[in-house]
Design a protein around this ligand. Structure first.
Ligand code: MRU
Length: 355
């Protein structure tokens, strides 16, 4: 099993410790969440991020909420507050639905222990799921490695590595599996403006010793067109019943360029990202994170302190949709913990959820 170099999320008695992703890739800082408000803020402000990790954090947030009051009212308030933090990643809502189904029928006195146990089960389940995604995705990388010499050149977008989950990651799980199997892989990492999650991907790949190259988002098309990429794998925040997929904004453009260049485009995602209740991509809510984060640049200053610099003129009108939809027709296949399926054929792998 993949072991996270630093746990992204773990229980610590009556609190939850998270790796603060707003300080990365500059500083590794652990934050202590002690209340429902702490957990909700961590998700909303992206101290934790990535669809599976958001879900696991929300589950732990329910346990935090019940620490001093496990009444029906407190439970419903926690479920609502956490559901309102971020709209697109369905893993958040999947985790809250799982907590609600378990906790609502229980006597109030039994809820806290059950909530901690279920939150831990969600965390452990995600770690195992990531490993299985890695094993299935490895087969795709092995096939390419057998076809030609040199490292397999894989492009990804955003961060769908261990930082985004409780385990190895989704899109990067096959990369870590290939590394463990001794197969050379080079990862092309798009910076993923405006939040620069690609810098998180570069950070975790560097720490793992995986060769990688950071590129500007707009360079992806050229690399694909020149035949310099063997396959694209990204994560997902929600996959609709027909296979249309929401992921970090810019994913669709990579899928378009991949199709135009004859390069296979894969999505890697766990069961908690599947939304059979959502018919298609246009039905998926897209988060708008506001103009401020687009108009500012974050980094560290000369003294090593975290700093924000304005890059757009004051008053500039800006739109900041955080996700886009890649239609099923552009997706070669979806890599899940149960195997690889064409988009729209996932019901065959998950008959119980598709019902
Ligand atoms: O806004 P973020 O950083 O939470 O968005 C993350 C992504 O879009 C990831 O690609 C997705 O959640 C898959 S993570 C395994």
């Amino acid at each position: 099993m993949f072991e996270q170099p630093i746990p992204t999320l773990r229980r610590d008695g009556d609190a939850v410790l998270i790796l603060d992703q707003t300080a990365l890739p500059f500083r590794s800082e652990t934050l202590r969440l002690a209340t429902l408000a702490d957990a909700a803020r961590a998700i909303r402000d992206m101290q934790v991020r990535g669809a599976p990790l958001i879900g696991a954090t929300a589950a732990h947030g329910v346990a935090l909420a019940l620490l001093h009051d496990s009444s029906d009212a407190a439970l419903e308030h926690a479920l609502q507050a956490l559901a309102a933090t971020r709209p697109t990643a369905v893993n958040l809502h999947w985790a809250l639905a799982r907590m609600a189904t378990l906790l609502r029928p229980l006597p109030a006195a039994d809820r806290l222990a059950a909530a901690w146990a279920e939150a831990e089960a969600i965390r452990a389940d995600d770690a195992a799921t990531c490993d299985a995604i890695g094993r299935h995705g490895l087969k795709l990388i092995e096939t390419i490695a057998a076809r030609r010499p040199g490292p397999v050149r894989l492009m990804t977008h955003c961060n769908a590595g261990w930082l985004a989950t409780c385990g190895a990651g989704t899109a990067l799980a096959p990369v870590y599996a290939a590394q463990a199997a001794g197969i050379a892989v080079e990862v092309f990492v798009s910076e993923t403006r405006p939040r620069n999650q690609g810098l998180l991907t570069a950070w975790e790949l560097a720490a793992a010793g995986v060769p990688h190259t950071l590129i500007a988002d707009n360079a992806a098309g050229l690399l694909l067109m020149r035949g310099e990429i063997d396959l694209v794998i990204t994560g997902a925040d929600r996959i609709a019943a027909n296979g249309d997929t929401a992921n970090k904004v810019g994913t669709w453009l990579k899928a378009l360029a991949a199709q135009a260049s004859g390069v296979p485009f894969y999505i890697a995602a766990p069961h908690s990202t599947l939304d059979f209740g959502c018919a298609d991509g246009p039905s998926i809510p897209i988060e708008d994170r506001g103009a401020a984060e687009l108009c500012m640049l974050r980094g560290i200053d000369a003294s090593g302190g975290l700093a924000a610099l304005r890059q757009a003129a004051p008053g500039t009108h800006a739109a900041n949709p955080a996700f886009d939809i890649t239609p099923a027709s552009l997706i070669t296949a979806i890599i899940t913990e149960r195997g690889i399926a064409a988009p729209g054929q996932l019901a065959g792998l998950y008959p119980e959820a598709a019902r």
